[in-house]
Design a protein around this ligand. Sequence first.
Ligand code: PRP
Ligand code: URA
Length: 209
Amino acid sequence: MGKVYIFDHPLIQHKLSLMRDVHTGAKEFRELLEEISMLMVYEVTRDLPTKEVEIETPLCKTKARHLSGKKVGIVPILRAGLGMVDGVAKLIPAARIGHIGLYRDPETLQPVEYYCKLPADSESRELLVLDPMLATGGSASAAITFLKQRNCKHIRLVNLIAAPEGIERVQKDHPDVNIYVAACDEKLNEHGYIVPGLGDAGDRLFGTK
Ligand code: PRP
Ligand code: URA
């Protein structure tokens, strides 16, 4: 079964509580999401392999370490996942970025796919799937299924807030995928919203409500 990593770092928790606050506007919400994504990716990538290289400082030649192994791909789930891309890409500038367009039907809560464009060599990359909200888990599970249908094998799921139901769904459907979250909240409400959560992440990011 995939592992779940919950980041309880004080900076992440402080920024997350500002994001949860109903009085936080779109500009600050976007900035906070970018900052938290950057802090999270530092831990998400902790086990990436490195190799020894020789470099020259202004003083002498020395051995140092560079990233090695698989290249990284960033795959935001549209729309709200877009808010996490810049934070991750700032720390991993060589990463290629793919997009999966999904929205959750408000009646059935089922994910509906409307877009998918991935880097040509995605199957050989370590893919970080980004979406701030893991609610029922339907969207994340469907996105990971799309990636697997395209032969991608190395997938990590990065969410800001998860509900227990979403974690359970992804662990059941994709036991090979580890999940990285800043918080696991109490429950879903009758409309499929995470409680206490932060509301509709896409609307708060883009000011559409
Ligand atoms: C939100 C969120 C996830 C999904 C989570 O997107 O960003 O993608 O809901 O819910 P689930 O785990 O129950 O599938 P939404 O469908 O609101 O689309 P948007 O990002 O375009 O606003
Ligand atoms: N999508 C969101 O944006 N927020 C939730 O709480 C659940 C799904």
